[in-house]
Design a protein around this ligand. Structure first.
Ligand SMILES: O=c1[nH]c(=O)n([C@H]2C[C@H](O)[C@@H](COP(=O)(O)O)O2)cc1CO
Length: 144
């Protein structure tokens, strides 16, 4: 089944993980469907963000989120935008996969890690080497 996927990753929160976002987005495109937010994984997008008006970015992204069948968020690098997108997707009752790498030494926000009673939200703790398997397992369950 081909899905519309919203991928969320840090931009103004810092681009340390941009290469990993690229790997995730490439895999999602190869196996599961259309990634609406391909630019989040672009190595050309720097920490200053896209060269676009913030209002246009916000309104475009909210329209994409509304249109998406699923949200995949890499949450290791803390980002206000990603946290906001997750909260909005919770309210829209979209299936949400949050991916966090404990080996980063970062501490995941309790508002993400503690959201265990939100039925449409899954938080997966993983190592970078497992990322493809973790995504495959989530989508296999989703597509059942
Ligand atoms: O230029 C941008 N383009 C864009 O699509 N976003 C969206 C998509 C990302 O998942 C998220 C990143 O938020 P932040 O920039 O606060 O780290 O917000 C955010 C920015 C800059 O804030």
């Amino acid at each position: 089944m081909s899905m519309k996927i919203y991928f969320a990753g840090s931009i103004r929160g810092g681009r340390d993980d941009a290469q990993l976002y690229y790997k995730i987005v490439k895999h999602l495109q190869d196996k599961f469907g259309q990634v609406l937010t391909e630019h989040v994984a672009s190595l050309d997008v720097k920490e200053s963000g896209e060269q676009m008006d913030s209002v246009e970015i916000h309104d475009r992204d909210m329209a994409w989120l509304t249109d998406a069948n699923v949200l995949v968020a890499e949450v290791t690098q803390p980002s206000l935008g990603v946290g906001y997108e997750i909260g909005r997707a919770v309210e829209m009752k979209k299936p949400i996969l949050c991916l966090f790498r404990p080996s980063s030494g970062k501490h995941l926000s309790a508002m993400i890690g503690g959201a265990v009673n939100i039925p449409n939200m899954t938080v997966k703790y993983y190592e970078e080497a497992e990322v493809i398997n973790v995504i495959n397992e989530y989508f296999a369950a989703l597509q059942k």
